[in-house]
Design a protein around this ligand. Structure first.
Ligand code: FE
Length: 213
């Protein structure tokens, strides 16, 4: 297998390139225009063929919905079933499988940051997008629903095995990975909070009051 974490320092965004080396098939999760050239150079260096551009979520309207990588021949642009992505080639439901060579990702519906948010599980790694951050929850945007966010994190993500590696779509403090066990133990956004207490605490933050429970 080949795995690369790709940082866009200007936005503290993290995207991920995964490949099955035997078949040379690759997927990229949450690529940005700023890192598209880097992704293309890795694909060329490693003699890989990009099969999927996957987004954990899309903000509407989002000018970077897909970008140049989707123009590559044979690439399928896939998003969660409820994502605001009119140009998507494929919509993925909970528990769908995305194959690349002899590898596959499994889709987990994890709404909250947006209604269409999904996470992708690959081997021992979860790519969770913006539904949560390392020691934090996802940021509030217009479509955010904190009750859904709580349910996705507590009942779906925290139900994964302890050793699962957690890779978010952003980190603003230079961290690159966590584990489910660590997050269950030390994530202060969720730790010891009921659903109601979480929603109340998040709505109390300045600017978050309009987001639904
Ligand atoms: Fe986001």
């Amino acid at each position: 297998m080949l795995f690369r974490q790709i940082l866009d320092p200007a936005t503290s965004s993290l995207s991920y390139l995964l490949a099955d080396e035997a078949s040379a098939e690759a997927v990229v999760i949450d690529p940005l225009p700023a890192t598209a050239l880097l992704v293309r150079s890795i694909l060329q260096e490693q003699h890989l063929t990009l099969r999927y551009v996957l987004r954990t979520h899309v903000h509407a309207p989002d000018r970077i919905e897909c970008g140049a990588l989707c123009q590559l021949p044979g690439v399928c642009y896939a998003v969660g079933h409820f994502a605001a992505a009119p140009s998507a080639h494929l919509r993925l439901a909970d528990d769908d499988v995305v194959p690349f060579g002899s590898e596959h990702l499994r889709v987990m519906a994890t709404p909250g940051h947006t209604p269409g948010c999904v996470s992708y599980l690959w081997r021992d790694r979860l790519f969770c997008g913006d539904v949560m951050e390392i020691n934090g929850c996802g940021q509030a945007v217009d479509e955010t629903n904190f009750g859904q966010m709580y349910d996705s994190v507590i009942h779906r993500i925290f139900a994964l095995p302890d050793e699962t590696l957690l890779f978010p779509a952003h980190d603003y403090r230079g961290r690159t990975v966590s584990t489910i066990a660590e997050e269950r133990r030390m994530n202060t956004a969720f730790l010891g909070r009921s659903r109601e207490a979480f929603v109340t605490a998040m709505q109390a933050w300045p600017g978050n009051r309009k987001h639904a429970a």
